[in-house]
Design a protein around this ligand. Structure first.
Ligand SMILES: Cc1cc2nc3c(=O)[nH]c(=O)nc-3n(C[C@H](O)[C@H](O)[C@H](O)COP(=O)(O)OP(=O)(O)OC[C@H]3O[C@@H](n4cnc5c(N)ncnc54)[C@H](O)[C@@H]3O)c2cc1C
Ligand code: FES
Ligand code: FES
Length: 493
């Protein structure tokens, strides 16, 4: 076991021997390092004022990601590079091209949000050349500005590569050197840290993870901590011990296994989006609207399932696709259809110390059509009121198979089995019969009223989504009725 946390802060090596397991990166920066350029707004991952960039090795290559420092625990930076707004100024005091673009485009007024926007744009610049307006909007959806308005900031995103070409950017020029330094830090020892009465473990292998959870079955597992972080910053929970899955590279893999896709539990939503997009453009759009870029960088598919949320976005989708969940308890592995994992609100079929290792998703067969809908109050970075997904198999015009799943209609994500059974065998063109089948949805769900939506709204919208999906499939619509389509048309104009 290694008892010191090691990471790069800019190009300075930091080694810490004692650390509170749930000390946030933001608190460490501001209170311990007095690096106050990174701001605290909401402390729950919503506003982006605390955005920093983390460089980490991904299959040997350095990858930069914008994340929310307010909900990221410091020990999870082991083996990474942390960049904050303080690292942007050159040795000669010159502004970084992203900062210069913000100045020239008048992208800042009170300035509170500005370091966060700058860091989100920095991550974009380091990853992509000449990003489209759509991409700039995507990466800024997790950053809130209350006074400037977004047009000048988006303009800065378009201008940054004109001010200085990307390949002249010192972060990209130094990439190989940083990657080599991180490679030296990424050993296969388990990190075991103590501090403030708490314990933090970060194993590097699945085998070591199994040993640790056997020794500490009540430990809190953390993946991206986009949920768990809020238990600390909002619910003021003390977690001890904490076991982080973040160093286990094997759990991050997404592989194409021919007739199915295999997603490691630690696959981040950004990569999940790319893989699902290959199945259907609808899934690309759904995942684009999952949180903001910072949440998509940190959050994982395993965390989205294991948290058991009734309004998580990926579970209804994966259930509709017919996914299988794979878990491991010590040396023992088991699998089950994903829908059977969710037992009741707050109760999943997972024993203490059992770890979600991966999820497998069958590739849709010929004649199977996928549709997915996220209904939320805002288009970007919002939790769903209703999340619906369908996989409909057609034999000519006849509905041969149907898997329809919803989040937001019950205490758990669930299939609409009555409607599925009623639809099978009917012609997709028979509007009256389809409407009658869909009207049976009330037999499947008893939704609740809350601040996001009333029970009546949830049920009505869910029925309408099924009808809309079937209409789209029947008419071969390419999504003209979707907001995404309007957005593309707007950007093209
Ligand atoms: C600003 C913001 C926006 C968000 N937007 C969305 C959204 O649009 N849609 C949505 O669905 N969610 C959203 N979320 C919720 C959250 O980001 C997701 O649920 C995310 O997928 C959780 O993954 P994680 O890796 O961060 O999980 P963590 O926070 O690390 O863990 C969540 C839970 O799962 C457990 N766990 C994690 N991994 C495993 C594993 N492999 N085996 C067993 N247990 C495990 C943890 O112990 C914990 O109980 C949002 C959150 C924030 C803060
Ligand atoms: S302070 Fe608002 S996202 Fe971190
Ligand atoms: S410049 Fe004031 S909040 Fe953005």
């Amino acid at each position: 076991m290694r008892e010191s946390l090691r990471f790069l802060l800019g190009d300075r090596l930091v080694e810490i021997n004692r650390c509170d397991p749930t000390l946030t990166v933001l608190d460490w920066l501001r209170l311990n390092q007095r690096m106050t350029g990174t701001k605290e707004g909401c402390a729950e991952g919503d506003c982006g004022a605390c955005t920093v960039v983390v460089g980490r090795l991904d299959r040997g290559l350095l990858r930069y990601e914008a994340i929310n420092a307010c909900i990221r625990f410091l020990p999870t930076l082991d083996g990474c590079q942390l960049l904050t707004v303080e690292h942007l100024k050159g040795a000669d005091g010159a502004l970084h091209p992203v900062q210069q673009a913000m100045v020239e485009c008048h992208g800042s007024q009170c300035g509170f949000c500005t370091p966060g926007f700058v860091m989100s744009l920095l991550a974009l610049r380091l990853n992509e050349a000449e990003p489209s307006v759509g991409r700039i909007e995507d990466v800024l959806a997790g950053n809130l500005c209350r006074c400037t308005g977004y047009e000048p900031i988006i303009a800065a995103g378009r201008r940054m590569d004109e001010i200085a070409p990307r390949d002249a950017d010192r972060f990209l020029r130094e990439r190989d050197v940083v990657a080599a330094r991180l490679t030296a830090l990424n050993d296969s020892e388990t990190l075991a840290l103590h501090g403030n009465g708490g314990r933090f473990y970060a194993p590097a292998t699945v085998e070591m993870l199994a040993e640790l959870v056997a020794a500490h079955p009540q430990a809190t597992l953390i993946a991206g901590a986009t949920d768990v972080g809020l238990w600390v910053t909002k619910a003021m929970k003390r977690l001890d011990p904490v076991i982080s899955l973040g160093r286990i590279e094997a759990l991050r893999a997404i592989t194409d296994e021919g007739d199915h896709l295999r997603f490691g539990a630690m696959a981040g939503h950004i990569d999940v989006r790319t893989a699902l997009a290959a199945l259907s453009p609808q899934l690309d759009e759904l995942m684009r609207r999952f949180g903001g870029e910072q949440v998509r960088n940190a959050g994982t598919i395993g965390g989205n399932i294991a948290n058991g949320s009734p309004i998580g976005d990926s579970p209804p989708l994966l259930i509709a696709l017919g996914a299988t969940l794979h878990l491991r308890h010590g040396g023992k592995a088991r699998s089950l259809p994903l829908e059977r994992f969710f037992l009741a609100y707050g109760n999943q079929d997972r024993a203490a110390g059992e770890v979600v290792t991966h999820v497998t998703v069958p590739r849709p067969e010929a004649g199977e059509h996928i549709r997915a809908f996220k209904i939320a109050k805002r288009n970007d970075q919002d939790i769903s009121s209703v999340m619906g997904a369908l996989k409909i198999g057609l034999d000519g015009c006849r509905i041969a198979s149907a898997r329809i799943a919803f989040g937001g209609l019950a205490g758990i994500p669930r299939r609409s089995e009555t409607v599925e059974a009623a639809l099978i065998g009917m012609s997709i063109d028979d509007e009256a019969a389809v409407a009658a089948a869909v009207s049976r949805i009330a037999g499947d769900f008893t939704p609740m009223d809350d601040h996001r939506a009333s029970a009546r709204y949830r049920l009505t919208v869910a029925g309408n989504l099924i009808r809309k999906a079937l209409m789209e499939i029947a008419t071969g619509s390419r999504g003209e009725t979707r907001i995404a389509h309007l957005r593309e048309a707007h950007h093209a104009a």
